[in-house]
Design a protein around this ligand. Structure first.
Ligand code: OGA
Ligand code: NI
Length: 353
């Protein structure tokens, strides 16, 4: 194999080890020993919040708002059940995603691009061909809101991709707005503070595939990062792999898969909105040698050029304004100009879009 050099990787997009199902892990995938997964991670102690009645039962809603506020202040991560998205919709999205990634590379490569601004983009690393370290992941990123603007540019192979993924996209966008309503209420801003802006905002779906990895102890599926979203809602198949960083001691904790539940994490935008009361969560994905892992992350933010600002109500002597306002576009411009090293994080260095 050709030797790696600084600017080009030995596995170009379309021919990476994970796409080709290599039985060994090439050197360009090896992360630094301190960053390697340990596989003895404790299970994260994160709340499971039952959303039943959140929208139509005032007593239940008070409890849900309280639980969500507590989770946002303490772990920045929670799971939701009784969220209103039916099992057939969840299963349909995972199933069509799985079949998409089973297609021959040439079919998926139609969407291949390194331009982070592309509304539909297939890729295998953060910046393919430019990253020094590669990660054992294949992904399709697609814009999804409003659906009619984007769905015709999504894959139509498998033939049910647009229908199944579209049904999930609409359902998860609605859920994100409901959850954000509870979050802004928990901050004292009321339940509709961001509703219109989110309704008109960006929904970026990242459909991820982490193929079986012959040496999962050497590499990662996604390096540590936080998401550039208000919240991210994650649906996963039955393979574990998501880990969150404990802000107390820096240890990694595993998020177990709970059937029918969805995982919600706070992104950088919400950290700005809440003036740091709610912190975005650093997370990463580890691999396994037995099972391909599929996940669908739905990242919800404001419109492309709409800047997120900290409201006056959340700035006082005890909480001086801590963040610069920025838009989704500011973020895209930033990441297209900067090489993000794995693990680096600031309010402007975040998710892998
Ligand atoms: C992401 C992400 C987690 C996962 O796409 O930003 O963190 O479990 N995904 O795939
Ligand atoms: Ni993420």
């Amino acid at each position: 194999m050709e030797k790696n050099n600084e600017s080009s990787s030995s596995c170009p997009m379309g021919e990476t080890a994970q796409e080709k199902g290599f039985l060994h892990v090439p050197e360009c995938y090896e992360v630094q020993p301190v960053d390697r997964p340990r596989f003895d991670s404790k299970i994260a102690d994160i709340p499971i919040i039952d959303l039943e009645g959140m929208c139509d039962n005032p007593t239940r809603r008070r409890k849900v708002v309280e639980d969500i506020g507590f989770a946002c202040r303490n772990s920045g991560f929670f799971q939701v059940i009784n969220h209103g998205i039916s099992q057939p919709i969840l299963d349909g999205a995972i199933s069509t995603a799985t079949r998409f990634f089973d297609l021959p590379t040439a079919e998926k490569a139609k969407f291949m691009s390194n331009e982070v601004q592309k509304p539909v983009r297939y890729g295998t690393s953060i910046k393919d061909g430019l990253d020094k370290v590669q990660f054992w992941r294949v992904f399709l990123k697609q814009y999804a809101n409003p659906l009619n603007d984007w769905i015709l540019s999504w894959p139509n192979n498998p033939c049910d991709y647009r229908e199944k993924m579209g049904d999930y996209a609409v359902a998860v966008q609605k859920l994100a707005i409901e959850i954000m309503g509870a979050i802004t209420e928990s901050l004292g801003l009321g339940p509709i503070y961001l509703t219109t802006k989110l309704d008109d905002g960006m929904q970026v779906m990242v459909v991820n595939c982490y193929p079986k990895c012959p040496k999962p102890e050497l590499t990662l599926g996604i390096p540590p990062h936080s998401d550039y979203s208000c919240i991210t809602i994650l649906l996963q198949n039955s393979a574990n792999g998501l880990e969150i960083c404990d802000s107390g001691d820096g240890s990694w904790k595993l998020i177990p898969v709970v059937r029918s539940s969805l995982q919600v994490n706070i992104g950088d935008y919400l950290e700005v909105l809440s003036n740091g009361r709610y912190k975005s969560v650093v997370h990463r994905v580890t691999l396994n040698s037995e099972k391909t892992r599929i996940s669908i992350a739905s990242l919800h933010s404001l419109g492309m050029d709409v800047k997120m600002e900290t409201p006056k109500e959340l700035v006082d002597e005890e909480h001086p304004k801590g963040y610069k306002e920025s838009s989704f576009n500011d973020f895209l411009v930033f990441i297209s100009k900067n090489n993000l090293d794995a693990g680096k994080r600031s309010i402007m260095t975040a998710a892998l879009l």
